[in-house]
Design a protein around this ligand. Structure first.
Ligand code: PBG
Ligand code: ZN
Length: 326
């Protein structure tokens, strides 16, 4: 107790503060989401996400090289196809946009994770096959199996199903194994909430549902015990990594998952989180160090890795000689 104890002693110099720091942001723990759009000819900035662009295939060679050069290690790919239909058939076409994009990143030694969902590919914008006005679970997961095999065949290193269908992990695991991909891990979007923070993403991916919403499949923000059941179920079905999404409004869920489960834990800092913080910085409402504080909070809550649109920005900043991520 004071005056023997003086917590300020270990805050006296920067080196000392770094030495006693409990949490760090490491670049190998960051995953950069990338939008590849079949409908554009030039990189196109996403209006609500300053600094984040969609890329045409023709720009991927130089973009992937840039990411590698600044030290990005991992990407999460999203595709926006030229044509959409009721079955989201471009999602499992061997000449689909994501399938064609994968090799550019692989060539540059980036780990390629593919988001597996149908909402960017269906004409109605829902995450699966619609029957009588709602997404039919069991019809949808057999499509997910096909998409997984198609992405793995195109060279994906890891498959990340985000549709929140029951049994999706088991179905994808089975399909991958049958097709000779038993070495490809599944990163399960286990506890994905029906959040207001996906708005900017849906603008970028043109995936806003044309009717209804996603509340019959994504989780109710009020529930944390249910999140634990979702995660437990995904582990039983064979998930290799588990996820809580979004991050910022759900740090209690991240913490709870960390305490309960031993699998690698991912948290996804979604588009709305990026938009709020980046626009806040640009408008000088908050300091730029908000980015570090934000990511630190997610790691401190217990995430092993973070999917974040800030990954590229942070790595570029490091190049300029400023610190973090290491
Ligand atoms: C597709 C998907 C979404 C996100 C990741 N995968 C959108 C949604 O569920 O509407 C959101 C990512 C973000 O907001 O950054 N199911
Ligand atoms: Zn979806």
């Amino acid at each position: 107790m004071f005056p023997e104890n003086r917590p300020r002693r270990t805050r006296r110099t920067e080196n000392l503060r770094n030495l006693v720091s409990e949490t760090s942001i490491l670049r190998e723990k960051l995953i950069m989401p990338v939008f590849v759009d079949e409908n554009i000819k030039e990189p196109k900035e996403i209006q609500s996400m300053p600094g984040i662009f969609s890329y045409p295939l023709s720009e991927l060679d130089s973009y992937a090289r840039h990411l590698k050069n600044i030290g990005i290690r991992n990407v999460l790919l999203f595709g926006i196809p030229e044509s959409k239909d009721g079955e989201g058939s471009q999602a499992y076409d061997e000449n689909g946009i994501v399938q064609k994009a994968i090799p550019y990143f692989r060539k540059n030694d980036l780990l390629v994770i593919t988001d597996l969902c149908m909402c960017e590919y269906t004409d109605h914008g829902h995450c699966g096959i619609v029957v009588n006005g709602d997404v039919d679970n069991d019809a949808t997961i057999s499509y997910y199996g096909k998409i997984a095999v198609s992405q793995a065949s195109a060279g994906a290193d890891m498959i990340a199903p985000s549709g929140m269908m029951d049994g999706q992990v088991a179905e994808i695991r089975r399909s991958l194994d049958q097709a000779g991909f038993n070495h490809i891990p599944v990163m399960a979007y286990s506890a994905k909430y029906a959040s207001s923070l996906y708005g900017p993403f849906r603008d970028a991916a043109q995936s806003t549902p044309s009717f209804g919403n996603r509340k019959t499949y994504q989780m109710d923000p009020a529930n944390v015990r249910e999140a634990m059941r979702e995660i437990e179920e995904d582990i039983l079905e064979g998930a290799d990594l588990i996820m809580v999404k979004p991050a910022l409004f759900y740090l209690d869920v991240v913490r709870e998952a960390r305490q309960r489960f031993d699998l690698p834990l991912v948290s996804y800092g979604v588009s709305g989180e990026y938009s709020l913080i980046m626009n806040g910085i640009r408008q000088k409402l908050i300091a730029e160090s908000a980015i570090d504080e934000y990511l630190t909070s997610i790691f401190r809550a217990g995430a092993d890795m973070v999917i974040t649109y800030f990954a590229q920005y942070l790595c570029e900043r490091t190049q300029d000689g400023k610190n973090n991520p290491e």
